[in-house]
Design a protein around this ligand. Structure first.
Ligand SMILES: Cc1ncc(COP(=O)(O)O)c(C=O)c1O
Length: 419
């Protein structure tokens, strides 16, 4: 019989196998200093484009003050126990009511983390007779929630309504046999490439098919819609979203998440959401901090305006210079370049070391072979100067990519590693 760890000793997994070349630089980098548009990486100043602090709340003085005071008042333990047992407070309820009102739903319920909460929400909403139909490019938390499902599930092609309809037809036939219902899941904004989910078109299909609609709006909450209430508001279909989900980890610059829906659905989830029933309640400092963040998000539209001013300047600047930024319809700004993985590594190193620009890099197998995706997240803290420096840097690295500089550099690095 094999030792369980044998496979781990042999194979570190698709990302782990790159650890010796990548760790500390391309993965697990340590960004230092206060969270903002400018931070330090390995002792050098960099413009940071890889943090989802969309509204710039992370380091806002009022937020820092409230977080600090809440830490002093409550410590980091309070309340102890799960919500259902001993971890329930007035302030948890108040925050839920405020969130529900803001996103236009009857009720809301807090989740300790978006990832776990989404897994658990999907688990709680379906039984084995139900069928899930979800976008193939969905976030890992949706995929993992679907994995718990004991019944049938179908993926539809990314943001493809024809494919969704085909799968809804299949699901409808199947549901008629099993006696179950159908749950459709999309993201509000797809975080990797920035397209909005086709929420309006999906909602319109409710005229033809009987399903309930769950939307993960992690990137849309606070950034989309006239008031910042998210992608449902932006597309005018918030009322057709049966269960709305958002995390505090992005626009709210905190930790935690929530779901919002009709009161009867939230009442059910309160008693059936295993991630909250069997885990300690969201700590009070985070609840107090989230209330302050929500208040600022609601009352300071200038933050979202600045975010979009920066987003538009960055995206139009990239487009004017001939960069391919795909089909983004949000602040998420992908830049696609052609090159190998070693070239991508040399290019990112050049960007960081010589131009002081820090952004995330995505390569195969997440995107097709031969493509390099640099992902920029503008925030309200960026300045037009940051954008100008970044655009100039991108011009320079593209020229070097095209004239073979990174190919030569990466070949030299590979050779040195083999010695
Ligand atoms: C689309 C999406 N859903 C869920 C999550 C998970 O949220 P959390 O960080 O609160 O666990 C994230 C990212 O962090 C996300 O991008």
């Amino acid at each position: 019989m094999k030792d369980l760890f044998e496979k781990i000793y042999k194979d570190k997994g698709p990302l782990g196998k790159w650890a010796s070349q990548a760790e500390g630089y391309f993965v697990f980098p340590k960004l230092e200093g206060q969270i903002s548009n400018r931070m330090k990486f390995q002792g050098k100043d960099v413009i940071t484009w890889s943090i989802n602090d969309y509204l710039g709340l992370a380091n806002h003085p009022e937020i820092r003050k409230v977080d600090g005071e809440a830490g002093v008042a409550y410590g980091s333990a309070y309340p102890m126990g799960a919500r259902m047992m001993s971890g329930h407070t007035d302030l948890h309820e108040t925050l839920q009511n405020e969130l529900a009102e803001f996103v236009g739903k009857e009720a809301a319920y807090l989740l300790n983390f978006g990832y776990q909460g989404m897994v658990s929400t999907i688990d709680a909403l379906v039984s084995k007779d139900d069928i899930i139909v979800y976008d193939v490019d969905a976030h890992a938390c949706i995929i993992d929630g679907v994995r718990l499902h004991m019944g049938k599930r179908f993926t539809y092609k990314h943001n493809d309504i024809v494919s969704l309809e085909k799968n809804l037809e299949r699901a409808t036939k199947m549901a008629e046999q099993t006696g179950g219902g159908i749950l459709v899941i999309s993201e509000g904004v797809f975080g990797m490439r920035g397209e909005q989910g086709k929420l309006k078109e999906i909602a319109a299909l409710k005229q033809k098919y009987n399903f309930r609609f769950l939307v993960d709006d992690a990137h849309g909450f606070g950034t989309q819609g006239a008031t910042g209430a998210g992608t449902g508001e932006e597309q005018g279909v918030q009322g057709d979203i049966d269960v709305y989900f958002a995390t505090f980890a992005k626009s709210m610059a905190g930790t935690g998440a929530f779901i919002a829906a009709d009161k009867e659905i939230i009442d059910y989830l309160k008693y059936n959401l295993r991630s909250q029933m069997f885990a300690k309640s969201l700590q009070m400092q985070l609840v107090v901090g989230a209330r302050k963040r929500l208040e600022m998000l609601k009352t300071m539209p200038e933050l979202k305006n600045k975010l979009w001013e920066n987003t538009n300047a960055l995206q139009s600047g990239l487009k004017e210079r001939g960069f391919d930024i795909g089909t983004t319809q949000s602040c998420v700004t992908p830049v696609y370049l052609k090159g190998s993985i070693p070239e991508a590594m040399a290019l990112v190193k050049d960007l960081r070391e010589n131009f002081g620009v820090f952004c995330s890099i995505v390569v195969y197998p997440v995107i097709p072979k031969g493509l390099i995706l640099l992902r920029l997240i503008p925030t309200a803290t960026h300045t037009l100067e940051d954008i100008q420096i970044t655009l100039d840097a991108f011009d320079a690295i593209r020229a070097r990519l095209e004239n073979g500089t990174y190919q030569r550099l990466s070949a030299a690095v590979m050779a040195a590693m083999e010695e």
